[in-house]
Design a protein around this ligand. Structure first.
Ligand code: ADP
Length: 454
């Protein structure tokens, strides 16, 4: 059996943030444990000068991490990855901040990571690279002589050609993607956009089975929707409802219905649109005032990118406006928290929420949608209101699908969810749960690796 090597921007070291790390980390570590493996990436720490990798062994898995210099981190991570590729891949051209200097840092860091990884590789290894930070990795590994099978999975959306082509170096990125043996996407829309770009701008040929011939190479491509471990989440949620944290939240509701949103504080999540839609709901259905509460948990991330700081301010103001306009002496319509919770607490919150609002403007998958469904009680499940622009909507079509750009549509869906009879809630939930079980996180990992190895 070949050894698995996982390459990602950040490495989750054993014991580090174990409470917060979700199913993805667990699934990858499980795979590494199965055949003994290596997880390689940056440490998240800064160093004055590039250093040798820090290597740690635990339970048969090797963790190798690299410290970046401040200039490398700023250009590669905060710059090209998070201020250019992230907004571009999420269709936010207005927020793209591209500079040639950042692009040079992106290539430099990828080259450096490849130089550091190459000597750690064994001839029969299978390498699995994750996400938009590391698109040039296979190209760079090939440059230093790597002959191993290398696969790439994009966790974000892949934009359509008209959007992609605004990136000055998009042909280079396409060429880099074609240096892999397998490129995987979350949805058919992402895969089709990639094929379209390869055919129309690189003269590539794409076969019906996803095989591609482009840039003098043969590779495969496919859709591998990432999943969760639904039964583990269900068990966790059933336990969590008895916990002090969940009981405290439940008690504070005094019989009102809870509507929940859980997101990283990111413009792709459509939080401003969501808050406005909630205000429109309170306006259109005044009888619901005093009967519901929106709990929005939004953890701040990437605070070194200016747009994220500005968004945080706007959201705070919007939440304040809604509270100011609608709150009563003994009722607050919205509870807005900028902190994170353990997976266990979230599972408990999900289970006691009658509705989840998952309304991103664009999202690769959105695991919160799947976690919410998995956490519901089978007898009395809640309702998922889901944006059609989340990858999850391609599988969870039994959710109430609502366009986040149409506040009235979201308000209507919210009202429908709150009034939905138990039988319909159960039917929709069962349909979604079946899909979650079929497309579990384990199935995702195994199907990707099967094709990569095949
Ligand atoms: P993204 O990868 O863009 O952040 P996803 O919805 O796909 O979006 O994944 C987010 C993951 O982070 C989920 O597993 C979710 O449970 C977790 N998460 C999001 N917000 C919080 C929070 N406030 N506290 C703890 N975990 C969170």
């Amino acid at each position: 059996m070949s050894r698995l090597v996982i390459v990602s921007n950040r490495v989750a070291l054993p014991g580090e943030g174990a409470q917060r790390s979700g199913g993805l980390v667990t699934a990858l570590v499980d795979a590494l444990h199965q055949a003994g493996g290596l997880w390689f990436g940056s440490s998240g720490k800064l160093a004055e000068t590039p250093s040798a990798p820090n290597v740690l062994e635990a339970d048969g898995v090797t963790y190798a991490t690299v410290d970046l210099t401040r200039a490398d981190h700023d250009g590669y991570y905060s710059g090209l990855s998070n201020a250019a590729l992230w907004p571009l891949f999420h269709y936010r051209l207005d927020l793209v901040n591209f500079t040639r200097r950042d692009f040079a840092a992106y290539l430099r860091v990828n080259a450096r990571l490849a130089d550091t990884l190459a000597p750690l590789l064994k001839p029969n290894d299978v390498v699995w690279v994750h996400d938009y930070h590391l698109i040039p990795m296979a190209d760079e590994l090939r440059r230093v002589g790597a002959r191993q099978r290398i696969g790439f999975f994009l966790h974000t959306p892949f934009p359509s050609l008209g959007v992609l082509a605004t990136l000055p170096h998009y042909i280079e990125l396409l060429k880099s993607l074609c240096a892999y043996d397998l490129v995987g996407f979350q949805t058919i829309e992402d895969l089709t956009a990639f094929h379209d770009a390869v055919v129309r701008r690189a003269g590539g040929k794409v076969s019906a089975d996803g095989s591609i011939r482009a840039f003098d190479r043969d590779l495969r491509s496919g859709v591998f929707p990432i999943g969760v471990d639904p039964d583990a989440i269900a068990n966790m949620a059933a336990r969590a409802v008895k916990s002090r944290t969940t009981r405290r939240l439940q008690g504070s509701l005094r019989g009102r219905q809870l509507i929940i949103g859980v997101d990283r504080l990111d413009y792709s999540k459509g939080l401003e649109h969501r808050f406005k839609a909630f205000a429109s709901f309170l306006e259109s259905y005044p009888v619901q005032r005093d009967h519901v509460r929106l709990l929005q948990i939004a953890t701040a991330t990437r605070s070194d990118v200016p747009e994220y700081r500005a968004l945080r301010q706007r959201l705070g103001a919007l939440a304040g406006d809604i509270a100011g306009r609608y709150a009563q002496l003994d009722w607050a319509p919205i509870q807005y928290l900028n902190r994170s919770f353990s997976q266990q607490s979230l599972a408990g919150f999900f289970r006691i929420s009658r509705v989840a609002l998952v309304t991103p403007l664009r999202d690769g998958m959105n695991l919160v949608a799947k976690e919410y469904v998995a956490a519901q009680s089978p007898e009395d499940p809640g309702v998922l209101v889901l944006s059609p622009f989340a990858g999850a909507a391609y599988e969870l079509d039994a959710a109430l699908i609502a366009n986040p750009y149409d506040p009235d549509a979201v308000a209507e869906a919210l009202q429908k969810a709150l009034l939905m009879p138990t039988e319909e809630r159960r039917q929709r939930w069962q349909a979604m749960m079946q899909i979650l079980r079929r497309h579990s996180i384990t199935a995702w990992r195994e199907s990707f690796l099967r094709v990569l190895n095949g």
